[in-house]
Design a protein around this ligand. Structure first.
Ligand code: SF4
Ligand code: SF4
Length: 79
């Protein structure tokens, strides 16, 4: 795993880690569509978008990595 860059703003959940500095430039929000378990919700879509993990849904993750592939900014890390 590469080191986060200086601009990184990592939000840590139990085992998801999201670099919200990358979300801020996102326009397609592909993480929401990609996760068939409904784990992500992108907030502030019209201003400064930020991917969040929906409370109580994180444990639904099956670690399929569809989301990490779908996010072209590579903002999502899963342990
Ligand atoms: S996680 Fe990726 S796809 Fe989702 S809002 Fe952030 S940058 Fe966009
Ligand atoms: S790894 Fe799969 S189940 Fe887990 S958050 Fe990503 S798309 Fe959803």
């Amino acid at each position: 795993m590469s080191e986060p860059d200086d601009q990184a703003a990592i939000v840590n959940y139990k085992f998801h880690h999201i670099d919200t500095s990358k979300c801020a430039q996102c326009q397609d929000f592909s993480c929401e569509e990609a996760c068939f378990r409904g784990i992500y919700e992108v907030i502030n879509k019209k201003s400064t978008p930020e991917c969040t993990v929906v409370e109580d849904r994180e444990d639904r993750c099956v670690k399929c990595h569809i989301c990490t592939t779908a996010c072209k900014y590579r903002a999502i890390l899963i342990d």
